[in-house]
Design a protein around this ligand. Sequence first.
Ligand SMILES: [Fe+2]
Length: 283
Amino acid sequence: MRAHVELIHEDDYIWHVGELPYGEGKVRERRLSVDEEDGSSSLSLDFPADWGRGGGVPHANTEFYVVSGSLSYGGTELGAGGYVQVPKGVPMDWIKVREGSRVLHWREYGDCGFDPDARRWADAVGEVTVLDSNRMEWTEAPSVGPLTPLYIKLLHRDPKTGFYTRLIRAKKGWTDHRLAHHPCYEEFYTLGGKMAYNFGDIDDGTYCFRPAGVKHGHFIAETDIDWIIRSDGELINWYTTEEWVKWGGHAENYDDHNHDHLPVISTLPVRSRSRGAWTGDGM
Ligand SMILES: [Fe+2]
């Protein structure tokens, strides 16, 4: 179980010693979101000195996204926009990160466990993905209702579960007054740009982890804005319009008699100080 985090700026968070076993060099981490039941974590890594780790098998679905600096995966050099995904139980190559780099790191459905030089697990599924997102084209995302499009670069999708990681770009002026919720979680880290919405002001380094069912919206993109977004399933937006003052509203495209479709009532989410107090907008 992960807490609803919305909205934090990573600079408001403290640094911990990076928990990446068998690494050599220096790495520290900010813990953006952690599931203490299974160890799933969303981390912002900083490298005060060069850091590296030999090949081995991770115990969690593992991802790295280079925000700045450079990361070498088995000799493949990745700069800002580089991405690596390793399914749990699948052997990964050596990795080296240059001093001063900033890297986002996720572990899903497992903890930081790592077995150097181990063999592929018998029940492992999939292969390693290594991408330079700068070489990918933005594609227009399908949208419901009167919206200008959002643009996507799909970095990884699990064909069985629909779990995906993608870059999303909203152009300046993109807006949606509706509140959306969905049957899966949604997490974002802002890579650049500005947007206002019900939980606060989004800018570079802001982050949210939004559990399934939490409504969110009243979006206005004040500049072009880019995020890296992850979701633990195929994301369907269910929209609420004409919402009640504090809770409820008209079920526009979901069944409000179906308990599984109903939005959950959100309590005060985890926020960090630079985002200020939440007005309650979006309930
Ligand atoms: Fe959403």
